[in-house]
Design a protein around this ligand. Structure first.
Ligand code: FE2
Length: 200
């Protein structure tokens, strides 16, 4: 079994002007593709050859973990973005209001986590033990190695924003939070209650 480079769920220019087609072309076609290619090269002919991205991520360490986790994280990130205006489901909004007070308060917490995370990594909205939480992971770190259910992520590696915003991560995070968060995806993940699965 070969792990696929998940196609983007939209056209390369679909997120403009917030995220340029050039950024998506390189982020998906070079960065994500390289993680997938290295993952496939590492598992070919091994005991992991027929395992899913999730299975490999949970059992691996070192470079194998990095490439598997980054394959999964990027697939999840593409779905976390959406050019259409979406809103949390009634159920998810109720949980947001119970755990953060308001949607604006959640967005502020997610913004602070994404902006203040040191160096490369990911900011996430997750469900942990029935409670919504904002967390971040370093480098290839991913919540699927724990029991939490991720709902949304923001890639805060520089390659996610350097072409469009250079070193201004706060501008990228604000742009994503105000224009691109896919609340339909978050709501589906919340309703399912278990982590999203990378397409085979
Ligand atoms: Fe990335």
């Amino acid at each position: 079994m070969t792990i696929s480079l998940m196609p983007l769920p939209y056209a390369l220019d679909a997120l403009e002007p917030h995220i340029s087609s050039k950024t998506l072309e390189i982020h998906h076609g070079a960065h994500h593709k390289t993680y997938v290619d290295k993952l496939n090269a590492a598992i070919e002919g091994s005991d992991n050859a027929d395992k899913s991205v999730e299975e490999i991520t949970k059992l691996a360490s070192g470079p194998l973990f990095n490439n598997a986790a980054q394959t999964w994280n990027h697939g999840f990130y593409w779905h976390s973005l959406n050019p259409a205006k979406t809103a949390p489901s009634v159920e998810l909004l109720a949980a947001i209001e119970a755990d953060f007070g308001s949607l604006d308060a959640l967005l502020e917490a997610l913004s602070a986590e994404a902006v203040n995370h040191f160096a490369s990594g990911w900011a996430w909205l997750v469900v942990d033990g029935g409670k919504l939480k904002v967390i971040s992971t370093h480098d290839a770190g991913t919540p699927i190695t724990t029991d939490v259910n991720p709902l949304i992520t923001i890639d805060v590696w520089e390659h996610a924003y350097y072409i469009d915003q250079q070193n201004k991560r706060p501008v990228y995070v604000k742009t994503v939070l105000e224009n691109l968060i896919n609340w339909d995806f978050a709501s589906e993940n919340f309703a399912r209650g278990t982590a999203w699965t990378y397409p085979a």
